[in-house]
Write a protein that binds this ligand. Structure first.
Ligand SMILES: [Zn+2]
Length: 66
């Protein structure tokens, strides 16, 4: 079994992405800036971290700041 065949599973620890919101989704192709530009992410009005719009509430607050 080669190392490339390993698939992530639920036992994996959360990826450490320092300074990035955990609520940005799991997108390796589009980075934070691309998501903001494309409109699929916005900055939280409180902490300012880019957050996937699916996780923002009506006041643009990420789940951490609610
Ligand atoms: Zn926030």
């Amino acid at each position: 079994m080669g190392y490339l065949s390993r698939k992530p599973n639920s036992n994996d620890p959360p990826r450490s992405r320092e300074g990035l919101s955990l609520w940005l989704g799991d997108n390796d192709v589009l980075d934070e800036t691309a998501l903001l530009l494309s409109g699929s992410a916005k900055r939280c009005s409180d902490c300012g971290r880019a957050t996937d719009i699916r996780y923002l509430d009506a006041s643009n607050l990420c789940p951490d700041c609610r």
